[in-house]
Design a protein around this ligand. Sequence first.
Ligand code: ADP
Ligand code: MG
Length: 342
Amino acid sequence: MHEYGSQHGANARADEQFPPLPPVRVTVPKERWTPTAPEAEPTPAAAPVPTPAELFAAAEAAPKLGPTGRPMPEFPEPPPLHSHGPARVIAMCNQKGGVGKTTSTINLGAAIAELGRKVLLVDFDPQGALSVGLGINPHELDLTLYNLLLDRNVGIDEVLLKTNVPGLDLLPCNIDLSAAEVQLVNEVAREQSLQRALSPVLDEYDVVIIDCQPSLGLLTVNALTAAHAVIVPLECEYFALRGVALLADTVTKVQQRLNPQLRLEGILATMYDARTVHGREVLARVVEAFGDTVFHTAIGRTVRFPETTVVGEPITSYATTSNGAKAYRQLAREVLQRLASH
Ligand code: ADP
Ligand code: MG
């Protein structure tokens, strides 16, 4: 039925005269609407799928990146020594407090002693934290480094102490040393006082490590004057790099005026947390700023270190298989390798 025809009588009649047109069929030529297929890319020859064994071999052969983002070299155990001395003197130095100077002095020292080296640790911070960390109460001592520096009648043997770690000795100090800073000002060759004090025993030790106080004052200048090498512990925190330029400047001045053999031996990343982006970023910035001066070994953040202070012994004996102990043992091999290379 045609709907329009039913509405008007006239049209209805017209309908009868003109039968409906057949439906129009529109045909569109196929080529006008068929989308042309894009030219087929030549299929690359399928790469052979590596076997698990091949993947494993490739992973083994690739250089292993250490925490500093550089390939981690091997640090072999150094050969045993048949005699000792003369000592290489290291100043553990950063004018910022709480960065791991004392912790690194104790544990690097103990780890070097484990390698059969004779090591002397020098507590050169009036807080006496190094002495405490080795289980000694420095406030009970009659003679300390202070007396050795300022009293010509006191010999180093009267002040030296053995620790519980074989091959590891200590020159203790306590708060008296804070007076030395003032008293030394009036001495002749005041910057060489520590060097003079240590010189009688340098032939008996292989390594001496001086734990500096957090300042760039006269005591620290004495440490730098007595040293061959400076190690700068840097806490892997946001402001770690602040002040390092000033420290490097002080090292250069001492080198030029007082001690030409002094070298900035290495920057040691401490309290490193590999699990945080922040930790990895700070370490990357440190490597960017100091390049190969940064030790490959980084010391991770762990509560085991504060614990060792309480028990008064190095981590190498307190938690001998811990990651902290392993890190300082690796650092010991890295430091000895660096010292031997020049
Ligand atoms: P500094 O001698 O530079 O002042 P310390 O070695 O005394 O620094 O370290 C400051 C504090 O941080 C101490 O309580 C110490 O136990 C702790 N500490 C040091 N190294 C680490 C570390 N790698 N992880 C966690 N705590 C650490
Ligand atoms: Mg300290």
